[in-house]
Design a protein around this ligand. Structure first.
Ligand code: DGL
Length: 260
């Protein structure tokens, strides 16, 4: 097993929700966090252009950092390029994510599940196929949010978010039908767990908010040996494709133990 770092990739700071779980499960590992913020938000991108961009970026990242494993917790990226990455870099291990429709279908009591994601993830064939596979067990309501990822970015940097904006974005998740109500909302974007307290506060009724971060981290940990990555003693790093980040972002990532 390579002694390189674990590379964690997201379109912005959303993947930090997964980094904090990964750290708990792999305390001996070094992490390189990559935010492709020059291209944020991924949710708005046309599929072919985004695929090309991400595969190109990974070529350079793998060459430079020689990771032991790459994690792509970003749903918008994973549902599009995971297959291409595995084909293009057959020697690298990739851990991706897909909307947690299976666990939601297994857990729902009312049979009404909502999946909250970016417009990109909502459009993906991968997402549609998952629903076709698990939809016999429950009704899945796909909700594409145009604003939530950006609201989470602002909230994490500035500590403030307009509650009315959050309320408006999550409102379509709440469905009432024949005396039944949505009881699970799948958070199918790495950014959303940052806003989950605001979501709880503005939701019309209580639901389970399903966050797959820990499951993704568990999967990565299971693929890596516990051998220590001690090639050098440098701190975990955060790389931003848009160049050196502003002071608020630097201070945010420092809070997650990363050097920007
Ligand atoms: N963090 C990404 C995800 O998990 C989406 C945010 C974006 O639109 O870039 O889907």
């Amino acid at each position: 097993m390579s002694a390189g770092p674990v590379l964690l990739f997201d379109s912005g700071i959303g993947g930090l929700t997964v980094l904090r779980e990964a750290r708990v499960l792999m305390p001996e590992r070094r992490f390189v966090y990559v935010a492709d913020n020059a291209a944020f938000p991924y949710g708005d991108w046309e599929e072919e252009a985004l695929r090309e961009r991400i595969v190109g970026l990974f070529g350079a990242l793998i060459r430079e950092h020689k990771p032991a494993l790459c994690m792509i917790p970003c749903n918008t990226a994973s549902t599009l390029v995971l297959g291409d990455l595995r084909t293009t870099f057959p020697d690298m291990q990739f851990v991706g994510t897909v909307p947690a429709i299976k666990p939601a279908a297994e857990r729902t009591c009312s049979g009404l599940v909502s999946v909250l994601a970016t417009p990109g993830t909502v459009k993906r064939q991968y997402t549609r196929d998952l629903i076709a596979q698990w939809g016999a067990r429950c009704e899945v309501n796909l909700v594409g949010s145009v604003r939530l990822a950006a609201l989470a970015e602002v909230y994490m940097r500035n500590g403030f978010v307009e509650e009315d904006a959050v309320r408006a974005e999550i409102e379509p998740c709440f469905v009432e039908k024949g005396g039944r109500r949505t009881d699970i909302v799948v958070l199918a974007c790495t950014h959303y767990p940052f806003l989950v307290n605001r979501m709880r506060k503005t939701a019309p009724w209580p639901v389970d908010w399903l966050d797959p971060a820990e499951a993704i981290a568990r999967r990565a940990a299971s693929l890596l040996s516990a051998s220590r990555d001690d090639r050098d003693a440098s701190a975990d790093r955060a790389i931003f494709t848009a160049g050196p980040p502003d002071a608020a972002t630097r201070s945010l990532v420092r809070g997650f133990g990363l050097q920007a």
